[in-house]
Structures are given as C-alpha cells and as structure tokens.
Design a protein around this ligand. Structure first.
Ligand code: UFG
Length: 324
C-alpha cells in the first residue's frame, strides 16, 4: 500500500489516477490547503495534516503502508521570497513529522518531490545530479534541506528514499478528467492557454533579453503523467531494495517562452495578445535536465508524452473542460 501525502495536488492527483488505472493499492492523505477535493475520481481523500505525526503513524500501521510518496509542499518561488518562514514550516518542519511517523510505523521507502530549484542558476547546458546545490530562493532551499535530511534518516533508521527533482511539470490527464489548477496561477502554459481561451486579456513574456537564442527563458517541460509513472517506478525500485538516490526528472529538451507561446497558438488555433515585460526576479535563463541517471536506474520508464504538442494539447483540453 502506497500512501500519497499531498495526493490531491497537481502532481499527486495525477499519480493517484495513474496508480488507480494500474490497479496499484494507494491511499490519499491531504489537508486540501492547496489540493482539490474534486481531483479524487472515486477514491477517498483522508483529510489531515502531515504535521500530525501520531495520526499519520497510526494510519500507516492501519493501512499497512510500505511506501510513502511525499508531495506536500508549498511550491511558489515568488511566494517563498516574500514569506520564507511559511516555506520552512511547511516544507521542512511538517516534513519532519512525516519522517517521524514513518520511522515509528517502520515504513522504509520514501519517494520525495524535489525540484531542479535545488541547483539554483547552473551554467551547464544540461543539468546533472552532481552539480552543486546553490538554491537561489527559500523554496529551493527547503527542498535542499529536506534532501540532505533524508541521507541522515537513511543512516540512522534505514529509511531509503528517491528524490525526484522535477523540472517543469506541465500538461494534464489525457482524458481531461483532472488537470492543473492553482490559485493564483503563475505557470506559463496555463497562463498562455487562458489568454487563448479569452479568460485573460493577454500573456506577458517575462524578459526578452536573456542570453538565449530568442532572448526568452528556456525550460524543460515534462508531462505530469510521465511524472506519475516515474513515482511508481521509484516506489518499485525502493521496494526491490534500491539504494537512496536522487534523479533529475525532465526530458532533456528545452523550449523558450516564445516557443511555448507559438505552440499554444498552434494547438488552440486561437490568436491572443502577447506583451513583453521585464524579467521576473529569480528566473534562471535555462534549466534543462541531463536525465541519464533516471533512465539507467529505472530502465522500464517510458516517457509517453515527450512531445510538446501532447503536453500543450492535454493542457488545452483541460483548460476548455475544467471542473475545478
Ligand atoms: N513566464 C512568462 N510569463 C508568465 C509566466 C511565466 O514569461 O506569465 C516565464 C517565466 O519567467 C519562466 C518560464 O515562463 O521563464 C516558466 O515559468 P513557470 O512559472 O511556468 O515555471 P518556473 O520555471 O518558474 O518554475 C518551475 C516550477 C517551480 C520550480 C521551478 C524551478 O513551477 O515549482 O520550476 O526553477 F521551483
């Protein structure tokens, strides 16, 4: 039984759906502070906070949990710059309660949602796991702290973990049953598609003077269902005795903001206004994964949605038919 802590959020709910379709037993635990009740398609959401270690430990024992996927976190870079304490409290302090509960309930396999934000602003064209960790915002810092803590929990208690360092999660369930829904929305693809649908007047490009071919930032957009698949593969790796590890999770291909806007025009068939705006503080020019480690360690992983048209196509279907 896999416990999805934070399983009602964007990546958590797509992982729940993926496990449901594979017939893998799981339970969702979420305080619904940023997740959505409507994301549960026929499964229960156990409402609760990861800060409640006793309840979590009891739950893990009752449900016979043998692996936890820990998605719970605040994940907005700008917000973390304004309210760092909130990020340390939720992403670090509450996360410690989850680890304590795992130790108490003797659950030894953990898949942790980490981020390429741990690297900060690397100059490498393709980012490998061994690059230095120099986060440039409290969000990335909380992910780095938690990752480091996991090494010590392995040494002390044999709690093994896989940290998946996501690049830019994007897209939606291919049947548009669930999708991305943040309030406020700050991510590029949903914002461009809201301009395409007419929900927003225009979309802004944050910075056109970056040292990239078209002057706009480059990111490695990875489909959320491929992320979901990687979580199950990581659980299986740990269940088979795999060692604690950290893997970059991106396709190893970058697209600029302008390329994303062009692709959204093409997929939606809509015209919309685009404004050029100043840079957004803290945005590195280019973040693209070197994903060779995960491909080697989890060889059955098959990226089914490694195609910008599919990523934007599924996001567009969701945008037109969204339920929450
Ligand atoms: N952008 C725009 N206009 C917008 C929104 C975004 O030009 O209206 C640009 C950003 O400046 C950036 C790119 O589009 O260059 C992607 O921005 P997102 O906000 O979609 O994603 P980020 O790369 O900033 O953030 C993602 C995750 C974070 C994670 C971070 C790691 O969403 O959780 O990668 O750097 F921390």
């Amino acid at each position: 039984m896999i416990l999805l802590a934070g399983g009602a959020g964007y990546i958590g709910s797509h992982t729940a759906l993926y496990l449901a379709e594979k017939g893998v037993p799981f339970a969702v635990y979420d305080n619904l502070s940023r997740g959505h009740r409507e994301s549960a398609l026929g499964w229960e959401i156990i409402e609760g906070d990861i800060g409640d270690a006793q309840r979590l430990a009891a739950l893990m024992r009752d449900l016979k949990v043998d692996a936890v996927i820990h998605f719970c976190a605040y994940a907005l870079v700008g917000e973390s710059m304004r309210f760092p304490g909130m990020y340390y409290e939720n992403n670090v302090a509450n996360g410690i309660s989850l680890l304590r509960a795992m130790v108490e309930a003797k659950v030894q396999n953990l898949v942790f949602s980490s981020s390429c934000a741990v690297y900060g602003e690397p100059s490498a064209e393709f980012i490998g796991e061994s690059l230095p960790h120099n986060p440039v915002n409290p969000y990335g810092e909380t992910k780095r702290i938690f990752e480091n803590m996991l090494d010590w929990f392995d040494r002390a208690y044999g709690l093994r973990s896989v940290r998946l360092r996501y690049f830019n999660a994007a897209g939606a369930d291919e049947k548009a049953r669930i999708g991305e829904s943040h309030d406020p929305e700050t991510h590029l693809i949903p914002l461009v598609l809201k301009a395409a649908s007419g929900e927003r007047k225009s979309v802004s490009i944050f910075g056109t003077d970056y040292p990239t071919p078209d002057g706009t930032c480059i990111r490695d957009y990875v489909h959320v269902t491929d992320l979901a698949q990687a979580h199950l593969a990581a659980c299986e790796y740990l269940r088979e005795g795999g060692r604690t590890a950290a893997f970059n999770l991106g396709y190893g291909r970058g697209y600029s903001v302008r390329e994303i806007i062009d692709a959204c025009r093409k997929v939606s068939g809509r015209e919309f206004a685009v404004e050029e705006a100043p840079r957004r503080p803290g945005d590195p020019p280019r973040l693209v994964a070197d994903n060779r480690s995960i491909r080697t360690a989890l060889p059955d992983l098959e990226f089914r949605f490694d195609d910008l048209g599919k990523i934007i196509g599924t996001a567009w279907e969701w945008e037109k038919n969204r339920r929450f």
